[in-house]
Design a protein around this ligand. Structure first.
Ligand SMILES: Nc1nc2c(c(=O)[nH]1)N[C@H]1C(S)=C(S)[C@@H](COP(=O)(O)O)O[C@H]1N2
Ligand SMILES: [Mo]
Length: 334
C-alpha cells in the first residue's frame, strides 16, 4: 500500500482519488487481499513479529486493502479542516481492550482476529439474524466523510472515515415499533485482547444511541479510514462513528447490534456514573467533574505546549444535530 499523506490545504481530495488504479477491486477481492495480508504477517517469524509489534506502526507494517468510496453529500460530512496525519490517527488511540496507554493499541491490536467477522442483530427487529460482514458491507454505498472527532480527555483529530449511514443498516433490519434505543456490543476475547484481562471496564464494551440519533445521517457505520480498511487499533473491521459525541461513543469492533425499548446501560456510565452520562454530547459549557471541556488540543498541532482550540457545541455539528435535543436539559442529560 502506498502510504499517502493527506494534503495540508483546505481542500481534501477524496482518498480514493489518490489511490493507485490497481488498488481498485471488488469488495470481495479486497477482503481476500486483506486476509492474505494478515496471513502473511502470521507467517513471519516470532522475532520479526515482535519487532513489528514494537514499532508502534503496525498499521503500516501490515498491508491494508484499499476501500473505494465516493465523496459524501450528507450535510456537514466533509469538514474543510486540516486532516490529522494517518500516523497520528493510527498510533494515538483509545482501545482499552488492548491496554490503557495511547500507544498500546498500535502495539497490541495485531492479535485481533478481524476475519471472518459477523454481526448479530437482535432484540426488537423483524427477524433477528447473524450476518456476515461481507453482506453487511453491501447494505450501503461506501462514502468518505471527513469528521472532527473530540475525545472526552480533551484532544481532537480530523479523520477521513469510510462507511455508510447507520440508518441504511437500521432500515434494512426493520426495527419493531417498540425499538427506542440501540445497543452496540463490541468484541471481547481475552485470548486476543490483553486489556480484557486487565479489568479496566466491565467487558464487553457497550455503547448506545437513541433511535433518532442512530438514524441521523451523520451517524456512520465505518469500515475504513484514509482510503483503506480500518486498521485493527482503530476498530477493525467495523465500528461506530458519532462525530458530535465524545470519542468513546464511537465503539470499535462491533459484534452485536441490539434493538431495545429502554435506555441501555453503557460501559462508561456504568464505570463512573457521576462522570459519564448516556448522551455524552460534546458540550463546552458542561464540564467533566474533574476538568473543563471548554477547549481542546488538536493532535499534530504542536504538542502539550501548543495553544488550545475552543471546543464547539456538538463538536461543530450543532446545525445538523441540535434539533435532536431541543427542549432537553443538557446539564442533566450529559
Ligand atoms: N471497543 C472499544 N471502543 C472504543 C474505545 C475502547 O476502549 N474500546 N475507546 C473509545 C474512545 S475513548 C475513543 S476517543 C475512540 C478513539 O478512536 P480512534 O482510536 O479510532 O481515534 O474510540 C472509542 N471506542
Ligand atoms: Mo475518548
Amino acid at each position: 500500500m502506498l502510504i499517502r499523506t493527506h494534503n495540508d490545504g483546505l481542500i481534501h481530495p477524496l482518498s480514493s482519488e489518490i489511490t493507485s488504479p490497481e488498488a481498485y477491486a471488488t469488495r470481495r477481492q479486497l477482503l481476500r487481499q486483506w486476509s492474505a495480508g494478515a496471513a502473511a504477517a502470521g507467517l513471519a517469524g516470532w522475532s520479526q513479529r515482535e519487532a513489528i509489534a514494537q514499532s508502534a506502526a503496525v498499521s503500516q507494517a501490515v498491508k491494508l486493502a484499499a476501500l473505494p468510496a465516493t465523496q459524501s453529500s450528507v450535510q456537514g460530512a466533509m469538514t474543510m479542516e486540516k486532516v490529522t496525519s494517518q500516523k497520528d490517527a493510527t498510533t494515538y488511540n483509545n482501545f482499552y481492550e488492548f491496554g490503557v496507554d495511547k500507544s498500546d493499541p498500535a502495539r497490541n491490536a495485531h492479535t485481533l482476529k478481524a476475519t471472518p467477522w459477523s454481526i448479530e442483530v437482535e432484540g426488537l427487529v423483524k427477524k433477528p439474524t447473524r450476518f456476515n460482514l461481507e453482506d453487511v458491507m453491501k447494505w450501503g454505498a461506501m462514502q468518505e466523510r471527513i469528521y472532527r472527532m473530540r475525545c472526552v480527555e480533551g484532544w481532537s483529530m480530523v479523520i477521513p472515515w469510510i462507511g455508510y449511514s447507520m440508518s441504511d443498516l437500521i432500515k434494512r433490519v426493520e426495527p419493531l415499533p417498540g425499538a427506542k434505543y440501540i445497543e452496540f456490543i463490541t468484541q471481547v476475547d481475552p485470548q486476543t485482547m490483553p486489556g480484557v484481562r486487565g479489568g479496566y471496564l466491565d467487558w464487553p464494551y457497550i455503547e448506545g444511541l437513541r433511535m433518532d440519533e442512530a438514524m441521523h445521517p451523520l451517524t456512520l457505520l465505518s469500515f475504513g479510514m484514509y482510503g483503506e480498511v480500518l486498521p485493527k487499533q482503530n476498530g477493525a473491521p467495523v465500528r461506530l462513528v458519532v462525530p458530535w459525541k465524545y470519542g468513546f461513543k464511537s465503539g470499535k469492533s462491533i459484534v452485536k447490534i441490539r434493538f431495545v425499548d429502554k435506555q441501555p446501560m453503557v460501559s462508561w456510565a456504568k464505570a463512573a456514573p457521576q462522570e459519564y452520562g448516556f448522551y455524552s454530547n460534546v458540550n463546552p459549557t458542561v464540564d467533566h467533574p474533574r476538568w473543563s471541556q471548554a477547549n481542546e488540543r488538536r493532535i499534530g498541532e504542536g504538542g502539550l505546549l501548543d495553544k488550545k482550540r475552543k471546543t464547539l457545541m456538538f463538536n461543530g455539528y450543532e446545525a445538523q444535530v441540535g434539533s435532536l435535543y431541543s427542549g432537553m436539559d443538557l446539564v442533566k442529560n450529559f
